[in-house]
Design a protein around this ligand. Structure first.
Ligand code: IPE
Ligand code: IPE
Ligand code: MG
Length: 243
């Protein structure tokens, strides 16, 4: 390979997102389209999440942050909420079993206090036991709301006696205060909205919307999203580079 080609490859490689965030949407419609209960869609969505996490790890994406349950999702029928939480528990149990093989750091962002002690313990165990892994990190947003996160950040700041603030310092009070902001946000499922996800962190994130429903969002769809990202020009308010 020529030096120029190598440089180009390195340049392209650099453009891979370091952090991908995903609003895992469309599970219910996926199930309904097949005449199945919505809970079957959540089960398929959980499989899709597992597949996406493995693929991102394979590609060398450092951080994957997924929206699994929002502070607004409590409005759903009790059976649906229970089914989602049960799937989560199952995922975490499996993650604990496979931890040494998968070597992924798992973090949960959100207020866990409304959950059962069992689910809370499992979240804690996953976070603690996986904290040794530094290669890939999966952040699961659970009972998470962007506005709630900002209010809690303000509360934590106030509890520390209101020290002088900067954007960086305020950001450090967020759930993932030490995690770089997402480079790419993917929302499958056809809706073009943020739905209270990562309101602080998405300030300069590239947005990618797809009509594909989350359970069908496979490796090829992730490739498409990453490819679209790599063709974006990020300016962060500056003027663009000449072509
Ligand atoms: C996303 O899929 C999963 C959660 C919100 C937990 P939905 O359940 O919102 O699926 P649709 O949008 O109704 O199809
Ligand atoms: C966002 O999806 C929440 C998650 C994917 C966890 P929703 O389905 O709850 O969002 P809306 O209600 O369509 O905005
Ligand atoms: Mg939805």
């Amino acid at each position: 390979m020529s030096a120029a080609a190598k440089t180009e490859l390195a340049g392209e490689f650099k453009k891979l997102p370091r952090h991908i965030a995903v609003i895992m949407d469309g599970n219910g419609r996926w199930a309904q389209r097949q005449g199945l209960p919505r809970t079957a869609g959540h089960s398929a969505g959980a499989d899709s999440f597992h597949r996406a996490a493995r693929y991102c790890q394979k590609l060398g994406i450092e951080y994957l942050t997924v929206y699994a349950f929002s502070t607004e999702n409590w409005k759903r029928p009790r059976e649906e909420v229970d089914a989602i939480l049960e799937l989560l528990e199952r995922y975490l149990r499996q993650a604990l079993q496979d931890m040494e093989k998968e070597k992924v750091r798992i973090r949960i962002f959100g207020d866990l206090s409304p959950f059962t002690p069992q689910l809370r313990d499992m979240c804690r165990a996953c976070m603690e036991r996986s904290a040794v892994y530094t290669g890939a990190q999966v952040n699961i947003c659970l009972n998470y709301g962007g506005r709630d996160e900002i209010v809690r950040a303000a509360e934590r700041w106030a509890a520390e006696g209101c020290p002088p603030l900067s954007e960086e310092r305020f950001g450090s009070y967020m759930w993932g205060g030490d995690v770089p902001d997402p480079d790419l946000l993917i929302r499958p499922g056809g809706e073009k909205r943020i739905s209270n996800f990562l309101l602080w962190e998405l300030a300069y994130t590239e947005l990618y919307f797809s009509d594909v429903l989350w359970p069908d969002f496979d490796e090829a769809e992730l490739d498409k999203a990453i490819d679209a990202y790599r063709h974006r020009q990020r300016r962060f308010g500056d003027v663009g580079q000449e072509a």
